[in-house]
Design a protein around this ligand. Structure first.
Ligand code: AMP
Length: 397
């Protein structure tokens, strides 16, 4: 980012006072809040109070991501189709429910866990283990003190992101992403290991139905309770045989989803975000142009992820320039710090999800092949990426 912007390293992500003061000092026209933490803490409310335009919902809006129980209650109230669920704080009560339900379940921490607090449990033993980790060992701290147990759904999972200025709703391109860490869709859940678009395995009507049934009623619920939702609303949707069901809401973009979308988009994203924050989205319209190109994104992680998010030692990343030289490839740096001195100075891997390789081409098949070719060129100590990202693109099951 140092090549693109002035960094203000002293202001921490959740320092609401510091961010507001800095925005005032710089006289910025717009603040785009990337992560959910500061939104949950009320950064958007504070900026608004100071007359600064902000793309991101208020603290009340961000609760839709900040608490799974809140989101599930909202879905029930607004009649949004979702997986059957129950909330628990007690291990025995949760175990009893799992025994009663029979069949696989998904166990989720109520609070913010950076996408890692959901456990897909295909066996009773796995469910017991997840309950133990959350409610007994407190592996997610207060975020996991209350949990949601829900029915396991099968189908095609895709994310739908909309921008809303409180009045107009603009759906962005639908993206599919792979959340499990390991090949063949196994291993722990992560923030995302890969993504692609366009999603040819869904029909236009299915996507429209998901927006009408899964997103608009939630926004309407906010309006009815006097809290206009302004900003990005992201819904993870499972397209099941009986229709779309919302798995969760986020109050901001998904990283890989946005990195993919932005490469396939002809519109000026900054303009759209500014319109979202200033109530002028309606003048733009209610539809984006069709994605002009296909994009595939592959995350390259440190192999300790998602257990360890940052490393004490930063190791040099090799192959970045070679990958970037491939036509259609662009690399987004994530958990990266400068390493080395003099001529050997360059980006180093700092742990977690280190970077995303994106590739555009005419078809998903071609963008996927190109993304894998580029990802194979990039290495650092302990680097890992899935080699089967988008292998199922275009398949209807
Ligand atoms: P969440 O944090 O709720 O999005 O869950 C993380 C991931 O777990 C999702 O992206 C899905 O792949 C999976 N997942 C969550 N809920 C369910 C469910 N009810 N049925 C099947 N898979 C689920």
């Amino acid at each position: 980012m140092v090549d693109l912007a002035t960094i203000h390293p002293k202001v921490a992500e959740r320092d609401i006072d510091g961010i507001t003061t800095l925005a005032e000092q710089l006289g910025v026209d717009l603040v785009i809040v990337g992560p959910e933490g500061p939104l949950v803490d009320g950064l958007s409310n504070r900026l608004k109070k100071h007359g600064i335009a902000c793309c991101g919902p208020s603290a009340a809006g961000a609760r839709v991501e900040g608490s799974k129980v809140f989101a599930k209650e909202l879905m029930d109230r607004a009649q949004v189709p979702t997986a059957r669920w129950e909330a628990f704080s007690d291990v025995q009560a949760a175990l009893a429910a799992i025994n009663r339900w029979r069949g696989p379940v998904v166990i989720k921490a109520d609070g913010i866990t950076g996408g890692r607090g959901a456990f897909v449990c295909m066996t009773k033993v796995a469910a017991e283990k997840a309950l133990h980790a959350l409610l007994v060992n407190s592996e997610f701290g207060v975020a996991g003190r209350r949990i949601v147990v829900e029915e396991f759904l099968q189908g095609i999972e895709a994310s739908i992101t909309v921008l809303t200025d409180g009045e107009s709703v603009l759906p962005l391109h639908v993206v599919r992403s792979e959340k499990r860490r390991d090949e063949g869709d196994t291993g722990p859940n992560t923030d995302g290991m890969g993504a692609w678009l366009p999603v040819e395995e869904l029909y236009e009507q299915q996507i429209e139905e998901a927006i009408e049934a899964g997103i608009k009623p939630a926004l309407e619920d906010y309006r009815e309770r006097g809290m206009n939702y302004v900003g990005v609303l992201y819904a993870d949707v499972m397209f099941t045989k009986t229709g779309p069901k919302v798995l969760e809401y986020n109050c901001r973009f998904g990283d890989l989803e946005l990195q993919s979308m932005v490469r396939s988009m002809d519109e000026d994203l900054l303009d759209l975000l500014h319109r979202t924050a200033t109530g002028t989205l309606g003048e733009f319209g209610t539809e984006l142009a069709e994605a002009s190109q296909a994009t595939t994104a592959i995350a390259i992680i440190d192999s300790a992820y998602p257990r360890v998010e940052s490393l004490d030692t930063v190791t040099a990343i090799a192959g970045l320039a070679d990958a970037a030289e491939l036509e259609g490839v662009e690399v987004f740096l994530g958990s990266v710090a400068t390493t080395g001195t003099g001529k050997s100075k360059g980006p180093g891997a700092a742990g977690g999800r280190v970077l995303t390789v994106t590739a555009v081409a005419d078809t998903v098949e071609a963008s996927t092949a190109l993304a894998h070719e580029a990802a194979a060129l990039i290495t650092f100590e302990g680097s890992f990426h899935r080699t089967d990202i988008a292998a199922n693109a275009g398949i209807f099951a």
